[in-house]
Design a protein around this ligand. Structure first.
Ligand code: ADP
Length: 627
C-alpha cells in the first residue's frame, strides 16, 4: 500500500503517558537518549544479521552493518543512522505509535502499579532502569524528531516519520530514496545544543557504547572497538567493565548485585556471564519479565530474549550465554526441543545455584538482599523443578523461633543445630512473627527446646510441601495432627484435672461439638494455652483452606470454604479448662458457650475458621457474664 499524502496519527494514550513522564520527570541524565538510540540501532542490526542468515533477499544488501552518528552544530542536530532492518509503514505505527512491544508496556504497567501502591517518585527512576523506554527518550532533548527509513524488505517504501512528541505524529513518503535501516534526526532544543558538538558526543559514546557489537562511527571516525567481554579472560576484566557491560546488556541503570563469569568445555563449550540486578521489577505487579540472558554462538547473537534457554524462574537473570557448539541457524522454534539447549540450561542453572550457595556463605548480607528481592523465584523454582531440589533447598531463608525478628537462617543452619534425636524439620505458618508466637502451636516446641521455622507467606507452605524433604529429613508443619514432641507432656505448671474427669469432659465436648470434630482429647503438647485444634481432613489442609478462602474473597463470596473436621485438644492443666469442667455440671448452657468459643478461637489460630461472625457474637454474650 503506497500513499503519497501525509498521514496524521495520534499516539496511543499509554504512549502519551509514557512520553509525558519521560520528557518531564524521569531521566535526570538527559544524555541517556544517545545510549537508547544506539542500542536500538544495534538491536536492529542484530535482527538484520539474523535475516541475512536465512535469506539473500534483503534490500540494499551490500550496506555495511554499522552505526553512523553525525553532529551538525550549525543546524543544531544530531543524527543516528543504522543499516538495520528499518521499518515499514505498519511497523512505524505499531512500534512507535502504540505500546504493543514489551518494554514500554511493562513500564507503563509497573508505573501504574507503583502509583497505586504509593511508591511513585522514589522508584520511578529505578523503574525506568529496568525497562528502558528507549526511543521516546529522544524527545527529552529534541523539539522535533524525523525518522527516515526503508525496511529490509524489498517491497518497502521510502518513508519519513515526524513528531514533536506532543501527542501526534505523521508519516509521509520521503522525497528522496532512503537507504535500508533508520536515520533518526534530532533537532535539539536550545538548552541541549551541547549534543550537536562532536566532542561531547564522543565522550558519551565512550561511556555508554563501548560494548556495542557493531562499529560506531562519529562523523566518519570509528569510536569503538568491538569486543565480547564474556570471551575474555576473567583476570583481565575490571569490575567497572562488568558493571558497564551489565548496564549495556540489560539496559539497566543499577549495579549488578552478583556477577558470575565462567566457562566450561564439557559436556559442551559454554561461556557465560550472568548478572543479578539489584531490584525485582515483578514485585510491582503481575507483569511477567521476559528472559534476560541472551544466547550467542561464537559471539553472534542468536536470540536476545530466548524463551527456551533457561528455566522460566530464572527470568530475573541478565547476561550472556555463548556456546560454540550450537548451530548458528538454530531457530527460536526448534530451541525448545533441542537437546543441546537442554544441556546448556542444566549446566548454567546448576552453576548459578552453586554460585548462589557460595555467595550466601561468603557474603550473607548481600545474599539477604538478594533473597529479599528474588527469593520468590527460588520458591517458584521449588514448585516446578524437582531435579534441583537439593540445591534450591539450601537457598531458602526463614526466621525461626530462635532468631531475632528480621533475621533469617537457612535449612542447613537449622539441621546443623537440630537435637540429636530430632528427625524432622518443623515449620509454622502465620501472617507474622507475632501471630505465630501468640498461637498455641509454638509453645510446645519452645518447651521441648526444638527450633521451628516461621513462614509468613501462604506460598511458603506449598514450597514446603513440594520440597517435602531436606537433607533426608522430612519437612513438617508444626500444626500436624500426628505431631508428637516427646519431652513436652510432663511440662506446664498447675494442677491437672484428674484423668477420669478429663475423659468425661472430652466426651462431653465431642458430643457438644458434633460433626465438626473427629476427636477431643487431653493434649500432650500444650503448655500455656487452654486448647488447640489441628486439621483432621487429609484433603482440606489449612494451606488449601487459606487458598480457597482467598479465591472466594476475590470473587466477593463469603460462603464457608468447607466443613471443618478437627482434632481438638484440651490442656488438663489450664484453669479455663477446669472452669469449663465445673460449668458443664453447674450451668451446662454456659459451659457449652465457653466450649464453642474455645473451639472457634482454636480454629482461628489454626487457620481453619472461615468466618468469625458467630464467634464475635458469642463473645459479646459471654462478656455479659463477667461480673
Ligand atoms: P524497545 O527497544 O524497548 O522495544 P523502543 O521505544 O526503544 O522500545 O523502540 C520501540 C520499537 O521501535 C522497537 O521495539 C523497534 O521495533 C522499533 N525501533 C526502534 N528503533 C529502531 C531502529 N533503529 N530500527 C528499527 N526499528 C526500530
Amino acid at each position: 500500500m503506497t500513499q503519497n499524502t501525509v498521514e496524521k496519527h495520534e499516539f496511543q494514550a499509554e504512549v502519551r503517558q509514557v512520553l509525558d513522564i519521560v520528557i518531564n520527570s524521569l531521566y535526570t541524565d538527559k544524555e541517556i537518549f544517545l545510549r537508547e538510540l544506539v542500542s536500538n540501532a544495534a538491536d536492529s542490526l542484530e535482527k538484520l544479521r539474523h535475516h541475512q542468515l536465512s535469506t539473500k533477499d534483503v534490500f540494499d544488501a551490500e550496506l555495511p552493518l554499522e552505526i553512523n552518528i553525525t553532529t551538525d552544530e550549525t543546524a543544531g542536530t544530531i543524527t543516528v543512522q543504522d543499516h538495520g532492518i528499518g521499518l515499514t509503514r505498519e511497523e512505524l505505527v505499531e512500534n512507535l505509535g502504540t505500546i504493543a512491544h514489551s518494554g514500554s508496556k511493562a513500564f507503563a504497567q509497573a508505573l501504574k502499579n507503583a502509583k497505586e501502591s504509593g511508591e511513585e517518585g522514589t522508584d520511578a527512576l529505578q523503574l525506568i532502569g529496568q525497562f528502558g523506554v528507549g526511543f521516546y527518550s529522544a524527545f527529552m532533548v529534541a523539539s522535533h524528531v524525523d525518522l527516515y527509513t526503508h525496511s529490509w524488505k524489498n517491497e518497502g517504501e521510502h518513508l519519513v516519520w515526524r513528531s514533536d512528541g506532543d501527542g501526534s505524529y505523521q508519516i509521509e513518503p520521503s522525497a528522496i530514496s532512503e537507504k535500508r535501516g533508520a536515520k533518526i534526526v534530532l533537532s535539539l532544543k536550545d538548552e541541549y545544543e551541547e549534543f550537536a558538538k562532536a566532542e561531547r558526543v564522543r565522550e558519551l559514546l565512550r561511556r555508554y557504547s563501548s560494548f556495542v557489537p557493531f562499529p560506531i562511527l562519529l562523523n566518519g571516525e570509528r569510536v569503538n572497538t568491538v569486543q565480547a567481554i564474556w570471551a575474555r579472560s576473567k583476570n583481565e576484566i575490571k569490575p567497572e567493565e562488568y558493571s558497564e557491560f551489565y548496564k549495556y546488556q540489560a539496559d539497566a541503570f543499577d549495579e549488578p548485585l552478583f556477577t558470575l563469569h565462567f566457562n566450561v568445555d564439557a559436556p559442551l563449550a559454554i561461556n557465560a556471564l550472568l548478572f543479578t540486578p539489584e531490584n525485582n521489577p515483578e514485585r510491582f505487579g503481575f507483569m511477567h519479565m521476559d528472559p534476560g540472558v541472551s544466547l550467542y554462538c561464537k559471539k553472534v547473537l542468536i536470540d536476545a530474549h530466548p524463551k527456551g534457554l533457561l528455566p522460566d524462574w530464572l527470568r530475573f537473570l541478565k547476561g550472556v550465554v555463548d556456546s560454540a557448539d550450537l548451530p548458528l541457524n538454530i531457530s527460536r522454534e526448534s530451541m525448545q526441543d533441542s537437546s543441546l539447549v537442554k544441556k546448556i540450561s542444566d549446566v548454567v542453572t546448576g552453576r548459578f545455584l552453586k554460585f548462589l550457595a557460595e555467595q550466601a556463605e561468603k557474603e550473607p548480607e548481600k545474599y539477604a538482599k538478594f533473597w529479599k528481592q528474588f527469593g520468590i523465584f527460588i520458591k517458584e523454582a521449588i514448585t516446578v523443578d524437582r531435579a534441583q531440589h537439593g540445591k534450591l533447598g539450601k537457598l531458602l531463608r526463614y526466621e525461626s523461633s530462635l532468631t531475632e525478628a528480621g533475621q533469617t537462617i537457612g535449612l542447613s543452619d537449622y539441621v546443623g543445630r537440630m537435637k540429636e534425636e530430632q528427625k524432622e524439620i518443623y515449620y509454622l505458618y502465620g501472617a507474622s512473627r507475632a501471630a505465630i508466637e501468640s498461637g498455641p502451636f509454638v509453645e510446645s516446641f519452645k518447651a521441648a527446646g526444638i527450633e521451628v521455622l516461621y513462614l509468613y507467606e501462604p506460598a511458603d507452605e506449598f514450597v514446603m510441601n513440594h520440597l517435602h524433604k531436606f537433607d533426608d529429613k522430612e519437612l513438617k508443619s508444626g500444626d500436624s495432627a500426628d505431631l508428637k514432641l516427646d519431652d513436652v507432656s510432663a511440662q506446664g505448671a498447675g494442677e491437672a484435672l484428674p484423668e477420669e474427669r478429663m475423659k468425661a469432659l472430652c466426651d462431653w465436648a465431642k458430643e457438644a461439638l458434633g460433626e465438626r470434630v473427629k476427636s477431643v482429647e487431653a493434649s500432650k503438647r500444650l503448655v500455656d494455652s487452654p486448647a488447640l485444634a489441628v486439621n483432621a481432613d487429609a484433603y482440606m489442609t489449612p494451606a488449601m483452606r487459606r487458598m480457597m478462602r482467598a479465591i472466594r474473597e476475590r470473587e466477593g463470596s463469603d460462603a464457608p470454604v468447607n466443613e471443618v473436621n478437627a482434632n481438638f485438644e484440651l490442656n488438663a492443666k489450664h484453669a479455663l479448662v477446669a472452669k469449663m469442667d465445673a460449668l458443664r455440671e453447674s450451668n451446662p448452657e454456659l459451659g457449652k458457650e465457653v466450649l464453642e468459643q474455645l473451639f472457634d478461637a482454636s480454629l482461628m489460630a489454626a487457620g481453619m475458621l472461615d468466618s468469625p461472625q458467630n464467634m464475635l457474637k458469642r463473645m459479646t454474650k459471654l462478656l455479659e457474664h463477667v461480673s
